[in-house]
Design a protein around this ligand. Sequence first.
Ligand SMILES: *Cc1c(COP(=O)(O)O)cnc(C)c1O
Length: 385
Amino acid sequence: MLYLDHAATTAAAPEVIEQMLPYLGELFANPSSAYEFGTDARAMVEKARSRIADSLHCRPEEIYFTSGGTEADNWAIVGAAESMKKKGNHIITSCIEHHAVLHTCEYLASRGYEITYLPVDEEGSVAPEALEQAIRPDTVLISIMYANNEIGTVQPIAKLARIAKRRGVLFHTDAVQAYVHQEIDVEKSGIDLLSASAHKFCGPKGIGFLYVRNGIAIEPLLHGGGQERKRRSGTENVAGIVGMGKAVSLGEMRRPEDREKVRAMRNFLIEEIPKEIPYCRINGSLRNRLDGNVNVSFRFVEGETLIFLLDMEAIYVSAGSACSSGDKAVSHVLKGIGLSEEWARGTVRITLGPENTMEEMVFLVKRLRQLVAQLREFSDEYRKR
Ligand SMILES: *Cc1c(COP(=O)(O)O)cnc(C)c1O
């Protein structure tokens, strides 16, 4: 198997699983219980919280565990909107956000909120000037993703957050694709709210967190037993939290080496694919890009068919995003960067991890060249070009 879909999910590291196991079995205590048996679970939950806080340069009490990135995004947006109702009902986001942000904004729009979707340039970047101009007296929240899950573009987050701060508007970022893979300092960047998810950095699925800057009021999404300092009810996912903490430690320790390795493979693909295969284009930014992301369009080819043929050889890549597979509509991200439908249809996303090798990249380029050529033989447009 050749797994090249790390933006969809990653395997939990063996060290992560090993740390989690006791908390699924013999150490099953509820961390909120009053007796001695629960104290180890509580201590481990708090240790993970501190570890995560260190990684973001924030305080442990600013980290709230959630069931993942989707919940963190929903909570940040709905929670901030509700707590700021008196100030206004206008939210600014971008047109290339993950659906966890876009569909939450659409939900709020159906409840009377006004949403501005900022455009992006052909590389997928939000212009700080466009953000500045979109802010109104009734703007209560700005939500711009740290890095895009389809095309890998990394936004000028510190610049955007600085504008938000100057204008007195809360700034949320969906950092699910960037957290751990890149160093993030919420203090230096001026981020107020940040979403992350463990399964994108070799932690388990179903666990993530929302960073909420001290002093910021957001309404809870989940009501109940009052866990997480009364802001996110529900018995803590102890094993998940412990696993996420371990994944942060491992990821940070390996980061310098992993980044260099993954970036070298990415650069190889970005150079070699267009050299070997005519009528193709690399989407996204060449400078501000996630280390492991290659998003490439082949003209005269159906991306879905190419993905299917690769799948038959156990090579796993994806169309736009995992969440949009199966739905025939052109990706909103590719539309956002102005890609024509013809190009967009021929798009595949290849996302790399540190366990991939350069030999695999060489093999991939070769197979892509052969399969694309094969598919083009069946294309009338290709013959008539
Ligand atoms: C994967 C992803 C999410 C969703 O996170 P889950 O933990 O799977 O709910 C949100 N935003 C981005 C950018 C993602 O890549």
